[in-house]
Design a protein. Structure first.
Length: 94
């Protein structure tokens, strides 16, 4: 049996995330990516958003990278952005 160690190393060096992928227009996204997508589509700047939220820009960037961003934080972002995430996130209630 031949094992291709180069191919094996590719799979072993990939980060593994344990989250529920969200299907948005054919692409699987995690909650932080969904947040980033909504912010990009909105007319509000990241600076204004973080001021409304009472958080730093660094915290926002940590949140957008978090595949398991809490429903509570998504709800807070939704209020600041006037966006309802419950239609995009399975298990999140209005």
């Amino acid at each position: 049996m031949f094992i291709n160690f180069n191919l094996l190393s590719i799979f072993l060096n990939k980060p593994v995330h344990f989250f529920t992928p969200l299907k948005t227009k054919g692409k699987h996204m995690h909650r932080g990516e969904l947040l980033q997508s909504v912010v990009r589509k909105s007319t509000i700047s990241i600076t204004r958003l973080t001021r409304r939220m009472g958080i730093s820009r660094g915290t926002f960037y940590n949140h957008k990278d978090d595949p398991n961003l809490s429903y509570d934080l998504l709800e807070q972002y939704g209020k600041a952005l006037n966006y309802d995430f419950s239609g995009d996130v399975p298990g999140m209630h209005k």
